[in-house]
Design a protein around this ligand. Structure first.
Ligand code: ZN
Length: 364
């Protein structure tokens, strides 16, 4: 159950008007009842020395008394001023996710104001009519929240009216006061302070409406719809671009794959050049032959030999050739050396030493 509305500054007199605590007799002699028609309890004017003067319910505080008083006093203030502050109007930008301003909070002239029961809350709402510069007359609904927040059901009821509406969130101010005052925070005192006409006048007719927020606004809906449509269009554009890039990439890869396949087939046919001997690793002059017919290209180790260890069937010389080539030794000179040394059955180590020597020697 929400906390009770607390003490009030105004009581309803027998004449049906609101009377400020300062204008009535002390105690039950004030002759006032709770202004909320759903309560209607007899009020007692507490005008002691210790606490601020206020009305107390005879049989215990009701829930909506404070908010009811605020709505009634606010209507009177707005009527007299002929103006009310409209809060800052923003919309959520779909591109950035941040709030974009449509209009700053400011005081606007109004034509009329009256109390209505449209949101289904315990306190009345303000129905404001305003003549725009275009001559169009529009209606706005103002809700007041202090002890009770605006529920989803009430919000829906407001939406059903189709009117632009905003809430004056005094509960937000209450929380700010609580943070400011800390242990000196006195809820009853703050509740009474919010019913003060001077305070309400400042909130409702001056400043930028920082404690107010729009619940529904046609301009905001339009801006959001327009922004969302543009965003969706942009998303579709980006998706199309992405798809086209993907397609191009896929085609390029396919092209490269075909090209590689073509080269592989071409190389395969070279290896089978008649007179070469058909060795798979034969790609040039590194095989011991001067050159096999049809394979004029320079040796390519990566293609001459499958990855990993040399194949079992490869001739010793070929393996050495590949090794020498990989080490950057001129393989023709390497084979000259090998030919000279092979008949003496030298070890591979010495061969390598010699090869290293050759590598170090300046080219002749
Ligand atoms: Zn009451």
């Amino acid at each position: 159950m929400p906390s009770a509305g607390g003490s009030i500054l105004y009581g309803m007199g027998p004449d049906g008007n609101l009377h400020h605590i300062n204008d009535v007799e002390r105690g039950e002699a004030c002759n006032c009842v709770c202004p909320d028609p759903n309560c209607g309890q007899t009020l007692i004017a507490r005008k002691g020395e210790k606490k601020s003067h206020h009305f107390a319910h005879k049989r215990g505080t009701c829930e909506w008394a404070a908010e009811y008083v605020i709505s009634a006093v606010a209507a009177d203030i707005v009527q007299r001023a002929g103006a009310i502050v409209f809060p800052k109007l923003t919309f959520k930008d779909s591109f950035t996710g941040s709030d974009e301003t449509i209009a700053q909070g400011q005081s606007v002239r109004i034509s009329s104001v009256r109390l209505v029961q449209e949101s289904g809350r315990g306190n009345p709402d303000l129905l404001i009519t305003r003549k725009a510069s275009s001559g169009e007359v529009r209606e706005f609904l103002v809700l007041f929240s202090l002890v009770h927040g605006v529920t989803r059901k009430q919000r829906e009821a407001v939406r059903q009216t189709g009117r632009d509406s905003f809430v004056v969130d005094l509960n937000y101010l209450m929380r700010l006061r609580k943070e400011d005052l800390g242990k000196h925070f006195d809820r009853e005192q703050i509740l009474l302070g919010f019913q003060d006409p001077q305070f309400l006048s400042r909130i409702l007719t001056q400043g930028e409406g920082r404690c107010m927020r729009w619940l529904f606004n046609a301009r905001r809906s339009e801006a959001e719809a327009e922004n969302r449509a543009r965003h969706n269009e942009w998303l579709a554009e980006q998706e199309a671009k992405h798809k086209a890039a993907e397609e191009a990439r896929r085609k390029r890869e396919e092209e490269m794959r075909r090209e590689a396949e073509r080269r592989r087939r071409e190389n395969g046919s070279r290896a089978r050049t008649p007179g070469c001997g058909g060795r798979a690793y034969c790609r040039g002059r590194g095989t011991g032959q001067k050159s096999c017919a049809g394979s004029g290209a320079r040796a390519d180790i990566s293609q001459a030999r499958p990855a990993g260890k040399p194949g079992r069937g490869l001739a010793r010389k070929s393996v050495d050739t590949l090794r020498a080539m990989r080490q950057g030794i001129d393989h023709r000179r390497f084979h000259d050396v090998r030919r000279r040394w092979s008949h003496q059955s030298r070890t591979m180590l010495r061969l390598r030493q010699k090869a290293a020597m050759i590598r170090r020697a300046p080219p002749t």
